[in-house]
Design a protein around this ligand. Structure first.
Ligand code: ADP
Ligand code: MG
Length: 689
């Protein structure tokens, strides 16, 4: 009996050499091969008489070999071999050619009947180049490569479609010995085929309906395993006990609120209450804060950090860019004027001496709140008593980086903040182990922002608008995709734009320049000059995309808007409309593809980050959107987070219920625990260690 955990080299027809090739596809065992699903299926149930073949069609033919010849190529280089074979089915003659497949000469001997599948070309009669050949037409029993719905598996160099298909066919013998990770009860309740049936139907379906049922089941299975992993992570969080408590009484609450130059919004109040209860609890907080751009996530984070500091703990605020870290430092310095709270910046580009001093102060406990970039993650950054970690703009960091920072404390509380709303399916998967808070309200008094799509013809008018806004003391972001001119791309760069604006368009007006290649000093200077109005126009690359907060900015011009993603444009748009004056976003674009047009229509059509997030996921597809890998989760191969929402909900409900009922996964959950271990064991262990 073939066992699922047998190595592939022992599978009949595979052998050590092919096994090495299959290893490149990540396939080591028979079970791996069975879980290597087809990327498409061809309907080869109908055999076409040669007489009826038409050019460009993909068809299956049953015919007898008339003659086969071998032609050896001459000349230099590797020897070329061409096998030519003519076949006849009584209605006509089909010519075929095979390159570099010498064995065809022995296979296609005159008088043998075979089934051929391939694309038809025309050369004075029907012809097929490199068709697939099914020779098992005489045997009773089942056909593998023709006269059925045939699977097309993902391949690797050196592996033929027929070879792989035949191997999968043989591997099916092991299905009955394979353990189904989905409890039978759930399969029955949800109406899915069991594992053995589904494996047969996904590779060699009897009908497309059976195929669809199998695909649905494997989508469910994949999401079910993922959700079980998340449910267990969540349970582990609940079992952790932190050595500290961060309690906020009414007096402290009032003292913290008094630090903000505004009353908190209702949404901020609600989220603060959620965080307060997490902080006071014996388990560390694991919370995701979602909110649209400008909804005031910083104030919520500051509230939490001040609460931690009041309990004599240190807090760390991790930001993806130095501009943003500096801005957070400036905001906190402003809000905390005259208080005892000690702040410190730790960023990569600071001098070595400065960084050394900062690190020494942090480990000595002479710093209460550390604000930093990736530099915070380095090994030699240690804390005296880290109680709270806040990650701003979490999409710029992976799970491992988050983990690196929390490991610098003893079960510190963790608050991760997203830049923009996250589509619901992603909240249920990538962030499925976190509690979620949502800021669904913007601070009051925000003026509306209009978004317009423009072409070159509108440029003068746009510049005229900019001039009038500058005359009223406002600021303008002018975002350009490229830093410097690049011969390969027909785009004007930020550097050229800045020059042109200074010289020709806004003479006498200060025009600043900001991009990633500037030194920290230069960036600080550019940002400061923009904030205080010396350079009311700031030509910038997307480095200003995240977090930058300049309430006087009322205009955002974007060049080549088609080159930016939807979420990115929404982020950029978030740079304006932060004050009381109405804002305007002017998107210059040369969108050509349907996708980029759809993107721009979506951004102009709504200002609601939650709607945009769903739209972005729909247009880009989840593959592009975020790798599950950087979240330390298995990659989804069958399920699609844009369309499989219902299956995801079912899988999540079932997985969480299973883990609640069988937390150690020793009973009904034992097979799912074994499947998780077998399929993703090593990688998950390093993450969940
Ligand atoms: P984001 O959620 O995008 O990080 P910020 O935290 O930068 O947003 O806040 C955006 C702007 O709104 C900032 O200028 C901030 O000072 C201001 N703000 C935040 N909360 C309030 C509030 N409750 N009332 C008025 N203004 C607020
Ligand atoms: Mg922010």
């Amino acid at each position: 009996m073939l066992q699922p955990d047998s190595e592939l080299q022992f599978l009949k027809g595979v052998g050590p050499a092919r096994a090495r090739l299959l290893a490149k596809l990540g396939l080591a065992t028979v079970a791996d091969l069975l879980l290597h699903f087809p990327r498409e299926w061809q309907d080869r149930r109908v055999v076409t008489p040669i007489r009826d073949l038409v050019p460009e069609a993909t068809a299956t033919v049953r015919a007898t070999v008339v003659r086969t010849r071998v032609r050896e190529g001459t000349g230099r280089g590797p020897r070329r071999v061409l096998v030519l074979s003519d076949l006849d089915d009584g209605t006509g003659v089909l010519r075929t050619e095979f390159w570099q497949q010498r064995f065809r000469a022995e296979q296609l001997v005159a008088g043998r009947e075979v089934l051929l599948s391939g694309r038809v070309t025309w050369d004075d009669g029907p012809k097929m180049a490199q068709p697939e050949v099914e020779t098992h037409v005489d045997e009773s029993g089942e056909r593998i490569h023709a006269e059925r719905i045939v699977p097309i598996h993902p391949l690797t160099k050196g592996i033929w479609p027929t070879g792989l298909r035949a191997a999968v066919w043989r591997a099916l013998e092991a299905t009955d010995a394979m353990e189904d990770p989905v409890p039978r009860r759930l399969c029955a309740e949800r109406g899915f085929p069991d594992l053995a049936t589904a494996l047969r139907s996904i590779h060699f379906p009897d009908s497309f309906e059976a195929r669809d049922a199998a695909v649905r089941r494997f989508k469910y299975e994949e999401l079910f395993l993922l959700e079980v992993i998340l449910a267990r992570r969540r349970m582990r969080h609940a079992l952790e006990e932190k050595p500290h408590r961060i309690a906020v009484d009414e007096r402290l609450d009032a003292r913290i609120r008094a630090r903000f130059p505004f009353p908190l919004t209702k949404a901020q109040d609600r989220v603060v209450a959620e965080i307060r209860s997490d902080l006071a609890s014996p388990q560390p907080m694991h919370r995701l804060l979602q909110g649209d751009v400008g909804s005031g996530k910083t104030a919520v984070a500051v509230y939490a950090m001040l609460a931690a500091v009041a309990s004599r703990m240190q807090a760390a605020l991790l930001a993806p860019t130095e501009i943003l870290a500096e801005q957070h430092l400036a905001t906190l310095t402003r809000w905390l004027q005259g208080s005892q709270v000690r702040l410190r910046l730790l960023a990569g580009s600071a001098g070595e001496t400065e960084k050394r001093e900062a690190r020494a102060a942090v480990i000595a406990g002479d710093v209460d709140i550390v604000i930093g970039t990736h530099a915070l993650l380095e090994d030699d950054v240690r804390f005296a008593r880290l109680g709270l970690v806040v990650v701003d703009e979490q999409h710029k960091f992976g799970v491992i980086q988050r983990g690196t920072l929390t490991q610098k404390g003893l079960h510190p509380d963790l608050l991760v903040m997203s830049a923009t709303p996250i589509p619901r399916t992603l909240t249920m998967t990538l962030f499925g182990d976190l509690d979620v808070s949502i800021l669904d309200e913007k601070p009051p008094g925000r003026a509306p922002v209009t978004t317009v799509l423009c072409g070159e013809g509108d440029r003068e008018q746009a510049y005229e608008w900019v001039r009038s806004e500058i005359a009223r003391g406002r600021r303008v972001f002018h975002v350009v995709p490229l830093v410097e001119d690049n011969e390969e791309l027909p785009l004007k760069s930020a550097v050229s734009f800045a020059e042109e604006l200074r010289r020709d368009v806004f003479p006498g007006v200060g025009v600043g320049l900001m991009h990633g290649r500037l030194t920290t000093k230069e960036k600080d200077a550019a940002m400061a000059a923009f904030r205080d109005g010396r350079t009311p126009v700031l030509v910038a690359t997307s480095v200003v995309e995240v977090g930058v907060d300049v309430p006087e900015a009322t205009v955002l011009l974007v060049e080549h808007a088609e080159r930016f993603g939807l979420a990115q444009l929404h982020q950029l748009r978030g740079r304006i409309g932060r004050g009381k004056e109405p804002g305007r976003v002017i998107l210059f674009h040369q969108a050509r593809t349907a996708e980029s047009k759809a993107r721009l229509r979506a951004i102009a059509g709504t200002d609601d980050g939650f709607v945009i997030a769903e739209e972005d996921l729909r247009i880009r597809g989840p593959g592009e959107f975020v790798g599950t890998r950087q979240h330390g989760l298995p990659e989804l191969r069958v399920a699609d987070l844009t369309t499989d929402v219902r299956i995801l909900e079912q899988a999540r409900d079932d997985a969480f219920a299973l883990v609640r009922a069988d937390p150690a996964l020793k009973g009904e959950g034992a097979p799912v625990a074994r499947a998780i271990e077998q399929r993703f064991g090593r990688r998950l262990r390093t993450l969940d260690a």
